[in-house]
Design a protein around this ligand. Structure first.
Ligand SMILES: Cc1cc2nc3c(=O)[nH]c(=O)nc-3n(C[C@H](O)[C@H](O)[C@H](O)COP(=O)(O)OP(=O)(O)OC[C@H]3O[C@@H](n4cnc5c(N)ncnc54)[C@H](O)[C@@H]3O)c2cc1C
Length: 333
């Protein structure tokens, strides 16, 4: 491993002043150290932001929530207000990874983690995301890869929290020493591979993600998230679904249906949402929404099973959000 220096920062401004010359931010370090150990990145300076107290914690405001980027997944999943008002977010953070990782992993780092494509993660494969012009997944082992938007790089969105936050119309706050602060809607935060396969988000190397804001849900909102995987725990999703329902009695005024491991960037399904809008939530409408979410899916040679798995994940998560079904015992987490 290349030698590096460590800048241990306790304020946001100190950290920002260190973000130059190829320096890289370290929060919990869960993904960052993996990337360094596998030789995918070799920064000369790590900027440790873990001890910046101003970027930590959950604030309830009249407009919703402000969650510091250093808040851990465990803290988010256990917060009583998030559990009751933003169940999709506590479900997503509480079922990511494992209890010990959730105690280390921060919200900012979770949103910024790299994808899990095994060709990208291996030093042996110089792929599109490493500046070359070949993707090994197309003719290779692609059972965990994308079924939508997979024409350039079929890696899938890895962050469980992003599924929930897209459904909740969240924004991220970014800060740079030179350009000050800016707010970006989560729906505009991730960059599709066809736009630029070398980058995952619009964050710049001199920027910190400082907080995430979540608008207050409309009255009558119910939500849920479920994740399905090869393993019960200790793994990323192979299919995950986030559902937000704005209800008027049993009629759904408005829905957000989000899929995680279906495409390179977390994906809302307007087709599934349209099926629920103005209708009661029943087994029939929930199943129809799950089916509609697969419109336009283009599975690769080994991931056709996802076209069957996602509709089930969506259908069960709609009924869970509506309070008509318990958590699926076969879901992971
Ligand atoms: C076995 C296993 C299973 C997992 N399962 C899941 C799962 O089911 N769902 C899921 O979502 N995740 C899963 N993860 C991933 C894990 O949740 C992430 O690696 C973790 O959330 C990253 O957070 P961190 O604070 O450690 O980030 P770091 O590793 O410290 O950082 C990650 C990246 O973000 C950058 N960064 C971090 N914070 C900031 C900031 N505030 N501003 C600017 N840049 C920043 C870093 O430079 C780095 O590039 C799993 C991980 C493991 C090991």
């Amino acid at each position: 491993m290349k030698q590096f220096t460590l800048a241990d920062c306790t304020t946001e401004s100190a950290a920002l002043s260190q973000l130059n010359g190829g320096a890289v931010v370290k929060a919990g370090g869960v993904d960052l150290l993996d990337l360094m150990k596998s030789g995918l990145i070799a920064p000369s300076r790590l900027v440790n932001i873990r001890n910046i107290s101003g970027m930590n914690g959950i604030q309830s405001t009249p407009d919703g929530l402000k969650i510091g980027a250093l808040t851990t997944l465990a803290e988010i999943s256990e917060n009583p207000e998030i559990k009751s008002q933003y169940a999709i977010l506590s479900d997503a953070c509480g079922h990511a990874a494992t209890p010990h990782i959730r105690n280390m992993a921060t919200l900012g780092g979770n949103l910024l983690q790299q994808n899990r494509c095994w060709y990208f993660r291996s030093d042996d494969f110089a792929c599109l995301k490493k500046g070359k012009d070949v993707c090994f997944a197309f003719d290779g082992l692609n059972q965990y890869h994308a079924i939508f938007d997979n024409g350039t790089c079929p890696s899938v969105a890895p962050s469980s929290a992003a599924v929930a936050l897209l459904g909740l119309n969240a924004n991220v706050e970014l800060s740079s020493a030179k350009r000050g602060k800016r707010t970006v809607a989560l729906k505009d935060f991730y960059v599709k591979p066809e736009v630029n396969p070398m980058t995952r988000t619009v964050i710049q190397p001199d920027e910190l993600l400082t907080a995430v804001t979540v608008p207050k849900p409309a009255s009558g909102t119910r939500s849920a998230y479920q994740k399905y995987g090869d393993k019960k725990s200790f793994d990323w999703a192979i299919a995950d679904a986030g559902v937000v329902l704005e209800m008027n009695g049993n009629i759904c005024r408005k829905a957000a249906i989000v899929m995680g491991a279906a495409s390179p960037v977390v994906r809302r399904s307007p087709e599934a949402e349209a099926v629920l809008q103005g209708k009661p939530i029943t087994e029939e409408t929930a199943r129809a929404a799950g089916k509609a979410a697969m419109q336009g899916a283009q599975p690769l040679s080994m991931n056709g099973y996802k076209v069957q798995l996602f509709p089930v994940a969506i259908y069960r998560t709609i009924l869970l959000a509506a309070g008509q079904m318990g958590r699926d015992p076969s879901a992971a987490g």
